[in-house]
Design a protein around this ligand. Structure first.
Ligand code: FNR
Length: 193
């Protein structure tokens, strides 16, 4: 079974260090045989969740696109910045919209039974690790199997070279391994018995 992995960062910022990080990890997933789609939330702007908007117009077009992407993949590779020790509003908002069901859908169809691996990058000393606690908890509560393996890259504005790889070889290897681990576990969980 080929694992289908959706890779994205919880930041829309052009020079996002979390985008850089997840792009390293997705190479590890590809090397382990996964089919990887990279999603840049800058290309998929989503309005702030508003129950009145949902009631009046249904799910916004870009939310439907996001949900279709999520349903077409079995694994999520996620790098999320830490904002005030927690998840970014961009990622929480995307999760909240995607958790809303359309008629005919199973509850939490975008999330239930999916596998995820988390990582973070921050200019600070803790690398965004405290935010991942919340990302893990939120995803776990909506049925995602979040693997225990995770990495946080500290002092990350200095961590990448001009090719987008981590200057530190140990870090580079551990991020590639996160991607390959997700690919391997996702493929195994989705292979016919
Ligand atoms: C931050 N940043 C931050 N960093 C951190 O390590 N711990 C934190 O609690 C916070 N809090 C925080 C709040 C808000 C509102 C912003 C805008 C930023 C700094 C953050 O890590 C930095 O902006 C990163 O560059 C964000 O990631 P991207 O966008 O580069 O991927």
């Amino acid at each position: 079974t080929t694992a289908k992995i959706l890779a994205f960062a919880g930041s829309a910022r052009q020079d996002s260090i979390n985008k850089k990080l997840v792009k390293v990890a997705l190479e590890g997933a590809k090397a382990a045989g996964a089919e990887v789609t990279y999603l840049d939330f800058r290309d998929l702007p989503i309005p702030l969740y508003d129950g009145d908007l949902e009631e009046a117009e249904g799910l916004p077009e870009n939310v439907l696109k996001l949900k279709a992407l999520m349903k077409a993949h079995q694994g999520f590779l996620i790098a999320c910045p830490e904002y005030n020790s927690s998840i970014t509003p961009l990622l929480k908002n995307a999760i909240d919209w995607a958790s809303r069901s359309e008629p005919g859908e199973l509850p939490l169809e975008c999330f239930a039974g999916k596998v995820a691996v988390l990582m973070s990058a921050s200019p600070g000393a803790l690398g965004g690790l405290r935010g991942l606690v919340h990302v893990r908890s939120i995803l776990g509560n909506i049925g995602v199997l979040v693997l225990p393996d995770q990495q946080a890259i500290s002092i990350a504005y200095q961590a990448f070279n001009e090719n987008g790889n981590l200057k530190d070889e140990v870090q580079q290897t551990s991020i590639l391994q996160l991607g390959s681990k997700l690919a391997t576990v996702t493929a195994k969980l989705n292979s016919p018995i």
